[in-house]
Design a binder for this molecule. Structure first.
Ligand code: G3H
Ligand code: 13P
Ligand code: NA
Ligand code: ZN
Length: 328
């Protein structure tokens, strides 16, 4: 059945587990994630970006996710708008069956310019009021995602944020977080702690100076009843880099957020963990492998089935390690 983010994360908080939020664009990703959830007996957050809505179309997404819910009747599913940029994006998502929306007011509606605090509070509060009138949940974001190593927003964040970001933009301030949640009444809060979107997060295995788990602990200490969200939480596993690069890929060596750091975050109050890049890499590794190993192959299913299997394995692992397994 469909459930809201609030219902799902309240249960996660009561039972001290985290929930991965996987980005979805097409049927194959949907089937792979749901098959993993069924095997792990885990509730699911499927999130669609603005790009995903344009790619598949709102009508297709709604029917696709409704079909997945019908195919997997024992799995609770939250359909969430990822990085909504304004009121229209969030409200049209709800109209198309999303049970939860992210109003990302950390950036202006162009998703490039860091926004003022007052802008963020005002727009998030407006979306929160409207969403709550119709029973949908809201995720806000305070702080701008970006690298503490370079001060840049990251390569594939879909925003192309301009200019260098300062340290205090890159780490969410705990006192401001309290004020933000009181004023906006958001159900979940995305925080900045040194992660960034895309594959190129860190130039080395992250330590506390570039991945600030202490920020999460400080926010959770002041806001014990707000569900914290970690964006940019792909682990960019070495084995996926290796599969891609062994089959003609040219991804420069890079480091993501180690799963054990996410597990630590979940113990510190993180409830929603956003993962897109790892899913892309799992599928692309198989596409590349089959292109190289079977040059005579031209049936798309022969590419898609192994790609789905690799995605299913990745999702299953995250459901197990985040403690989501067994909670459907
Ligand atoms: O936050 C970005 C997500 O990875 C979605 O990416 O906008 O390319 O669909 P996208
Ligand atoms: P990754 O690029 O680390 O997978 O992050 C995805 C994300 O935060 C989507 O909102
Ligand atoms: Na989101
Ligand atoms: Zn994100």
């Amino acid at each position: 059945a469909f459930i809201t983010l609030r219902q799902l994360l309240d249960h996660a908080a009561e039972n001290s587990y985290g929930v991965p939020a996987f980005n979805i664009n097409n049927m194959e990703q949907g089937l792979a994630i749901m098959q993993a959830a069924a095997k792990a007996d885990a509730p699911v957050i499927l999130q669609a970006s603005r790009g995903a809505r344009t790619y598949a179309g709102d009508i297709m997404l709604r029917h696709m996710v409704t079909a997945l819910v019908e195919m997997f009747p024992d799995i609770p599913v939250c359909l969430h708008q990822d990085h909504g940029n304004n009121e229209a994006t969030c409200l049209s998502a709800i109209r198309h069956g999303f049970t939860s929306v992210m109003m990302d007011g950390s950036l202006e509606a162009d998703m490039k310019t860091p926004a003022s605090y007052d802008y963020n509070v005002d727009i998030t509060k407006r979306v929160s009021d409207a969403a709550h009138w119709v029973g949908a949940s809201v995720e806000g974001e305070l702080g701008v995602l970006g690298s503490l190593e370079t001060g840049e927003a990251g390569e594939e964040d879909g925003s192309g944020a301009v200019g260098k970001l300062s340290q205090d933009q890159l780490l969410t301030d705990p006192d401001q977080a309290v004020d933000f949640v009181l004023k906006t009444e958001c159900d979940a809060l995305a925080i900045a702690c040194g992660t960034s979107h895309g594959a190129y997060k860190f130039s080395r295995k992250p330590t506390g100076d570039i991945l600030s788990m202490a920020t999460i602990a400080a926010i959770h200490d002041k806001l014990p009843y707000t569900h914290l969200v970690m964006h940019g939480s792909s682990s960019v596993p070495q084995e996926l880099q290796d599969i891609i690069n062994a089959h003609g890929g040219e991804m420069p060596q890079t480091y993501g957020v180690p799963v054990e750091e996410i597990e630590k975050g979940i113990r510190m109050g993180v409830r929603k963990v956003n993962i897109d890049t790892d899913c892309r890499m799992a599928m692309t590794g198989q596409f590349r492998k089959i292109v190289q190993e079977k040059p005579t192959e031209f049936d798309p299913r022969k590419f898609l089935v192994p790609a789905m299997d690799a995605l299913e394995d990745l999702c299953r692992d995250r459901f197990e390690r985040f403690g989501t397994a067994g909670h459907a």
